[in-house]
Ligand binder design. Sequence first.
Ligand code: NI
Length: 172
Amino acid sequence: MTLLNILTYPNPFLRLPTNPVTDIDDEIREIIADMAETMYDAPGVGLAAIQAGIDKSIIVYDPEADDQKRDFQVLINPEIIAAEGSMTSENEGCLSVPDFRADVTRAQRVTVQGLDIDGNPVRIDAEGLLSVIFQHEIDHLKGVLFIDHISALKRNMYKKKRIKALKSEQTV
Ligand code: NI
């Protein structure tokens, strides 16, 4: 397995829509294994392929990720087919948005459908953290970042801070 390089904001690749997977072959299974490894290494509880520079509709997630237990799930071509209620996702963060967390308004419950690693259709009803993970990761597949859901003022403050940080990295 290979650790993948996680792209960070404002990399324009993160804004691209992804393409559905048509054939779950060895290459796709390898991408999934690498994505899981990368997610645990980061560490994070979810990762979309686009974050690793792969423009395919694949997410991996593990809301209970810890060092002892690694039991990730994968969804291929996932879509939210129903959403209801509203909740605040506190201190949401993203591996592609370094050094920033914010409260985000999310649906309380979502129903997601997609394919499992064997290509079988699956449908999952989720609430709480899992619901937030699905909304966050499926947003990535459409080029949307969690900072798009916060106020323009907060987003612009982050943008300035980030650009400044990147400039200082370059000059060192
Ligand atoms: Ni993210």
